[in-house]
Write a new protein. Sequence first.
Length: 71
Amino acid sequence: GGALLAFTMSFDEIIITYFLTGTWTTLPVFIYGMMRFGLSPQVFAISTVVLTFAMVLIVLMAKFTAVREEL
């Protein structure tokens, strides 16, 4: 649960991340850099993958949490 929350919050802190990034480029900074030059199909594809990944994690966590509560 904490990893999902941290992942979601990292998108909210894009400006701070942009200024503090070192040699590695994080995914939010990469997407922000791509969007500065206009929207491309790559931005939409990356956004779809990220959204799908987050939704799958949420569904799996809800399913496993519900199973534990029934026991």
